[in-house]
Design a protein around this ligand. Structure first.
Ligand code: PXL
Length: 281
């Protein structure tokens, strides 16, 4: 019997909109990893491009869920956090990591709170500073440049140079136990880059995928989920970044010819290609 890895993902359920748990659960499961969920909030849709959505904050459910899992002796090989519903949850999540992660377990923190130079609705600098504390428990952090700038109290711009991106990735090493995966490098024509760094090593790797000029929501969650799945199967940080980047690029390609589909990407259509990606990179 081969051992199945077990991961817990903590993020919201946006009932409609192809993001957070409705993306993480199918993608990570498709990598063959048992995926448990802890919803931080339930929204009728995500908050980007919809108005009038409902928002049920589940903050006070977290400690009771943790207590039940303690009673049942439930532990995880990894914990992956995404969009968090309230600042108080960040403390509860630290307790859940302390209590439910196996001793050699891995933590992935996607500080999903901002993009394109702005916070998502409801987030602010106080939240970002507290998110920075959660990042410090991460073996891997996966910010975009906007989130990186809020973590670092730095001014954002859409086009950082290669050297500036390296500087940001280096500065972020204060916010991780091991690895930084910094998304959104634009300095190379026609390519979308990521910087992959290891706190123990001053070398920073650049990983590129072809850039598709299309503004899509939810791609950060698709990327993070495919990254988590690849790393849990033993892929290196650079291979995982390449696989996740290709997976996301393919999902965007499958979406761009549908003008009515701008709230998320059709990642479901790329799931059959996961094993080919794992064998290629
Ligand atoms: O994809 C990030 C995300 C997750 N969850 C909710 C969001 C967003 C981005 O806007 O609104 C509720």
């Amino acid at each position: 019997m081969s051992e199945t890895k077990k991961i817990l993902t903590i993020q919201d359920i946006s009932c409609y909109g192809q993001c957070s748990i409705t993306v993480a659960l199918p993608i990570i499961s498709a990598f063959g990893i048992e995926t448990a969920v802890l919803p931080s909030a339930v929204l009728s849709t995500h908050t980007a491009g919809f108005s009038g959505y409902t928002f049920r904050d589940l903050t006070e459910d977290l400690p009771d869920i943790q207590k039940h899992w303690e009673k049942e002796g439930i532990y995880f090989d990894a914990i992956y956090t995404g969009y968090i519903g309230s600042i108080k949850q960040l403390d509860y999540i630290k307790d859940i990591i302390d209590s439910r992660l196996k001793p050699d377990g891995v933590v992935f923190v996607d500080p999903a709170m901002a993009d394109y130079g702005e916070f998502y609705y409801g987030f602010d600098q106080e939240f970002a500073d507290k998110m920075g504390e959660l990042c410090k428990l991460g073996d891997y952090i996966l910010p975009n440049t906007t989130e990186a700038c809020y973590l670092l109290h730095k001014e954002w711009k859409p086009d950082f140079s290669k050297e500036e991106m390296e500087e940001i990735a280096k500065d972020l090493s204060e916010f991780t136990k091991k690895h930084v995966i910094l998304k959104g490098d634009n300095h190379k024509e026609g390519q979308l880059g990521m910087l992959v760094s290891d706190k123990e090593d001053s070398d920073i790797q650049f990983v590129y995928n072809d850039k598709i000029d299309h503004l899509s929501h939810g791609t950060g969650d698709v990327f993070a989920s495919a990254f988590v799945g690849s790393s849990m199967l033993g892929k290196s940080p650079t291979s995982s970044a390449k696989i996740a980047g290709e997976f996301t690029k393919k999902a965007i390609e499958k979406t761009i010819d549908d003008p009515n589909h701008n709230y998320g990407v059709k990642f479901e259509k790329v799931i059959p290609e996961i094993y080919e990606l794992l064998n290629t990179y």
